[in-house]
Design a protein around this ligand. Structure first.
Ligand code: SAM
Length: 298
């Protein structure tokens, strides 16, 4: 889902859009042309050999499968929203994780997909249309301005926060839309440290905001950055506030070996993927509030 140069040595991953096609049918269909197997970690994810080019494949064209990397596919799976929940994707475009959420919820409940950038709203709408999901509401606005107590948001049970980041974990950097000069193509002029500070400051505000929604019980914070300042440092700085709201860090994909840098207590809960070994550098933190779960289960 990122702007990156194809790396021929890495396996290709595709995520089956279970709103349109079941995993076994996808395996059968793709198996006619490729050596394809199920991923051992992420449900609905299939692994194909390097060099497979599926861009024009009919199943891609009709939205039955999405070309989505493994690390990127781990994010919505880590949030694990339940069918019927109301879920907020805070920084949604181009929407790969939004439609993954809708598929995990089997089309039941509601996904609110919030996006600030007008141009990227179009891409988000295209992705939603292609997915066939009919329970996604696209919202053009600033996530930071959403009032958590407003009726549309007060029932939100899970938030996926995948904010603008430096993109340092990917081969080519993702476009960043926070900084006007960056969007205008003057990235080279911005001092890298200052840029990272600005990004981290937004990321902290956004994470604090996500944790302030009254009924939220699961929040995932993710980046495709390898920088501690955008990852562990963000979590470390917001953790006291999270704990004051009753949240704790939980462990997404416990069998995954590479965890957070040991710069905070609880870093073993955090998940990192390595840009060399795993081909993409991603970071995932999962916050869970147990008392809300108990209220809802009783
Ligand atoms: N989750 C997306 C996916 O998997 O397809 C990628 C999200 S991208 C890393 C971050 C997005 O956040 C960008 O599209 C950016 O325009 C948007 N964004 C930045 N600041 C925002 C804000 N304050 N409110 C809502 N969206 C914002």
């Amino acid at each position: 889902d990122f702007y990156q140069t194809p790396d021929v040595s890495k396996p290709r991953y595709i995520r089956v859009n279970t709103l349109k096609l079941d995993v076994d049918s996808a395996l059968n269909e793709l198996g006619k042309q490729y050596m394809v197997q199920k991923d051992d970690l992420v449900p609905d994810l299939l692994k194909l050999p390097p060099k497979c080019d599926l861009h024009d494949h009919p199943l891609v064209m009709n939205g039955s499968i999405f070309m989505q990397g493994k690390a990127s596919s781990m994010v919505a799976a880590a949030l694990a929203p339940k069918p019927g929940w109301e879920v907020l994707d805070a920084c949604a475009a181009p929407g790969n994780k939004t439609v993954h959420l809708a598929a995990l919820m089997r089309g039941k409940g509601k996904v609110i997909a919030c996006e600030l950038n007008k141009e990227r709203i179009k891409r988000l709408q295209d992705t939603v249309r292609l997915s066939g999901a009919d329970n996604i509401e696209v919202l053009h606005g600033d996530f930071l301005s959403l009032d958590p107590k407003d009726p549309p948001y007060s029932k939100v049970r899970a938030i996926l926060l995948d904010p603008s980041c430096s993109g340092s974990g990917t081969v080519a950097e993702r476009l960043d839309h926070l900084l006007p000069s960056y969007a205008a193509g003057q990235a080279a002029n911005i001092d890298e440290a200052e840029r990272l500070n600005k990004l981290a400051s937004f990321q902290k505000k956004a994470l604090a905001h996500a944790l302030s929604f009254p009924q939220v019980e699961r929040v995932v914070y993710s980046t495709c950055s390898v920088h501690q300042i955008e990852n562990e440092d963000v979590v470390k700085s917001i953790l006291p506030l999270a704990e004051s709201h009753g949240f704790q860090l939980a462990t997404p994909f416990p069998q995954w070996q590479r965890r957070g840098l040991p710069v905070l207590e609880g870093s073993e809960h955090l998940l990192r993927t390595d840009p060399v070994e795993d081909k993409e550098g991603f970071f995932i933190a999962l916050f869970i509030r147990k008392d809300r779960t108990m209220v809802h289960q009783s």
